[in-house]
Design a protein. Structure first.
Length: 71
């Protein structure tokens, strides 16, 4: 019984840590957050479609936008 409980806890641990990367210091994240807040204030839905060359910048921007827009 102790082995089963330990295995269940070990298997469940990554679930709580899977929050995604921390983009908070990324300038594209900050840009997305500002534009998301502005769109939320104006009751707009993603008024500016941004496309970045780096996939990581695109992901950071979208993550920031969603946080700023309140999604």
């Amino acid at each position: 019984m102790g082995i089963t409980v330990g295995a269940a806890q070990a298997a469940g641990a990554p679930f709580f840590q899977d929050q995604g990367p921390d983009y908070s210091k990324n300038k594209r994240y900050q840009q997305g957050m500002q534009e998301g807040k502005a769109d939320h204030t104006r009751n707009l839905d993603h008024s500016k479609k941004r496309h970045f060359k780096k996939d990581e910048d695109q992901k950071a921007y979208e993550a920031g936008y969603q946080v700023g827009h309140g999604n």
